[in-house]
Ligand binder design. Structure first.
Ligand SMILES: Nc1ncnc2c1ncn2[C@@H]1O[C@H](COP(=O)(O)OP(=O)(O)OP(=O)(O)O)[C@@H](O)[C@H]1O
Length: 619
């Protein structure tokens, strides 16, 4: 039976693992005539980089990450510093994931896949896994290893099996152990790296790509390669550990005015942008500590990455950025996403099953059942304590819940000393108790979700309606507070924090900076007046209809997105929030820029000041 064994450090404390964020800047490949502009972003050191402030070209904004890979960094260096350190975990029953994020054309596929001459993270990581397996098999006689792969793409919100291209959209399910599984997904056993190559290369050709104005061969889907390593003990108690490595090449966020997308490309782009927007919402919820209602289910991508963000995997995110000016706003958005992702904390555990030896026929049957990429954990004879829900997914237990849990534990204790038939009866009771727990948990989750939704709506409405006219100039800060109020209300009481507090010494990312224009007094009066009107309009809009469509790309815009984006700035932002695209597309930012410019040019006495918004609320 499967069990989750917490990973402890030397002092016996349960280990957590922060998402490691690396940023890779690709070399300049813009047209010759654009070269005079120079790059808009550059590295300052092994961890820091700076980007020009679009609100004031004389300023730059600095970011700090775990690693910064400059333009000259080789594929080997990226692998050694960012990926190699996490691969050994897979051989110890833990999960790990590497995902490439960034705008279209910034080098994600180059980083993950590479070319024949410059192989990327995927071939290097798989080779490393086979090398580690060989070493461990040589040094540890009692263990045997089996390696397998699955490969899928999420195209237009459909999960497609790249190893079996004729298959239809596959469902995503969660098993009783909270593992995300895809029934029907091909799982191919691998004996060596060349075996992997033979399956992977043709499957990669099945991935949907197309040419856009920004990338000759642009990925139109998110591709996820899963390498599964099962480590089985040859001797009793026949422990079995299952580790998975997810290697993810995300599709890039796209600004459709620049990609020139139309028709089917535009539809693909809408699906890509929406799933990346959900990814961003997931990161925001994790940072706000609202793990009870993290919107993983809002897109297939986030559902599949559930384990990598706020879950049990050791995760590395490689954010790819481009130096050309035409990518400026995409780079800016990607850096802000990377900056907030580095606060996410995962809780790794070892996935282990323990079993008595089974007869040949059963062994064969179980081997076949494990073919869909799932751990083979449906063994009947149990020699150890049964599996409990992982700490991450444990909700505060209601009295009824805990009594069932106690019963379950007591039964499992009894099982250790009982003869075979009794054990089987007890196992049945255990299974029933587990089902009861599951039902109770689902009910509880549902209630929690309802409660937090109600809190959110009530909090949002009262904050917006309760504002006096005289407070209009404070709009930016007030909505900031409103947003924070919402996240506090939605936070479940017993949830462990998943956000590391901001380090005092840390370079403030751009996200926490806002540049505002201070106009002359005459203009100021007029602006205040317009702000009042806009605030009133926005207040009414939010109260009447908490959900709107983006006028630009017609995707659904939620209340919290509006308030979040209003916190970033001035009057023009208030105006632009009415037509905001939830994918964070550059349209909004360019509109914002035009409005700020036109306001500033009307005043000769514009003074620019950098103000820092209040630090992120700590838990
Ligand atoms: N580090 C690098 N060194 C040299 N060339 C690079 C590098 N990174 C990217 N490139 C080149 O830039 C182009 C675009 O890269 P790539 O296709 O990997 O982008 P992408 O982010 O995957 O785009 P999309 O999201 O549209 O698929 C390719 O021609 C690639 O070879």
């Amino acid at each position: 039976m499967a069990q989750r064994v917490a990973v402890n450090d030397a002092a016996g404390v349960k280990r957590t693992s922060r998402v490691r964020v690396a940023v890779r800047l690709r070399p300049y490949i813009g047209k010759e005539d654009e070269k005079g502009e120079g790059p808009c972003v550059r590295g300052l050191g092994p961890q820091t980089l700076e980007i020009i402030n679009w609100r004031n070209a004389t300023e730059t904004l600095q970011y700090q990450f775990d690693v910064f890979h400059g333009e000259q960094t080789t594929q080997q260096e990226v692998f050694l510093s960012s990926v190699k350190p996490i691969t050994p975990h897979i051989l110890n029953g833990q999960n790990a994931s590497v995902f490439a994020y960034g705008p279209t054309g910034a080098g994600k596929t180059h980083t993950m896949l590479g070319s024949q001459e410059h192989p990327g993270v995927i071939p290097r990581a798989v080779r490393e896994v086979f090398q580690l397996v060989r070493i461990q098999e040589r040094d540890q006689d009692e263990w045997q290893f089996s390696v397998g792969m699955s490969y899928l793409e999420i195209y237009n919100e459909k999960v497609l099996d790249l190893l079996s291209p004729s298959s239809q959209d596959l469902p995503i399910r969660e098993d009783k152990d909270k593992n995300i599984v895809i029934p029907g997904l091909t799982h191919t056993p691998l004996s060596s790296f060349s075996d992997f190559d033979a399956h992977f290369v043709p499957a990669s050709l099945n991935r949907t790509t197309a040419s856009t104005k920004l990338n000759q061969r642009s990925s139109r889907s998110h591709a996820i390669l899963l390498i599964k390593v099962v480590k089985s003990q040859r001797i009793p108690p026949h422990r079995q550990q299952t580790g998975k490595l997810y290697l993810v090449d995300l599709a890039g966020s796209e600004d459709n005015r620049r990609t020139g997308n139309q028709g089917i490309r535009l539809k693909e782009s809408g699906a890509i942008n929406l799933s990346l927007f959900t990814l961003s919402k997931v990161v925001d919820s994790l940072n706000a500590g609202a793990a009870g209602r993290v919107p993983y289910r809002d897109s297939k991508l986030t559902r599949l990455l559930q384990d990598s963000l706020g879950g049990s995997a050791h995760s590395v995110m490689i954010t790819n950025i481009a130096p050309e000016y035409k990518f400026y706003f995409d780079t800016f958005t990607a850096l802000n996403f990377a900056a907030k992702s580095k606060h996410i904390v995962n809780r790794p555990f070892v996935r282990e099953t323990v079993m008595a030896p089974v007869n040949g026929k059963r062994a064969r049957e179980e081997q076949e059942a494990g073919g869909s990429g799932e751990p083979q954990n449906k063994r009947l004879n149990v020699g150890k304590k049964a599996e409990l829900p992982s700490p991450l997914h444990t909700h505060p237990h209601s009295p009824a819940d805990s009594s069932v849990l106690d019963r379950l534990l007591a039964l499992e204790k009894m099982m250790l000393g009982s003869p075979e038939r009794e054990r089987l009866n007890l196992l049945k009771t255990v299974a029933q108790s587990r089902r009861e727990i599951q039902k109770l948990k689902e009910k509880q989750k549902e209630l929690e979700e309802k409660a937090s939704m109600l809190n959110k709506v009530a909090g949002g409405q009262s904050a917006v309606m309760g504002k006096k006219d005289s407070e209009a100039p404070l709009f930016r800060t007030d909505l900031n507070l409103l947003h924070r109020k919402e996240s506090t209300a939605a936070r479940p009481k017993k949830q462990q924090a998943v956000v590391t507090p901001l380090q005092v010494s840390q370079v403030q990312p751009l996200q926490q900076c806002a540049v505002v224009c201070k106009p002359s007094q005459a203009l100021g009066k007029k602006k205040k007046h317009i702000q009042k009107i806009c605030l009133l309009g926005l207040g009414l809009l939010l109260c009447v209809q908490p959900r709107r469509l983006c006028l630009y790309c017609r995707t659904v815009l939620f209340l919290d997105t509006i308030s979040l984006l209003c916190t970033t700035g001035s009057l023009s932002c208030v105006l632009s929030c009415f037509i905001l695209c939830p994918s964070g597309c550059s349209f909004v930012l360019s509109l914002h820029q035009i409005l700020v410019r036109s306001l500033c040019s009307r005043s000769q006495t514009v003074r620019r000041t950098v103000v820092r918004s209040p630090p992120v609320e700590r838990r």
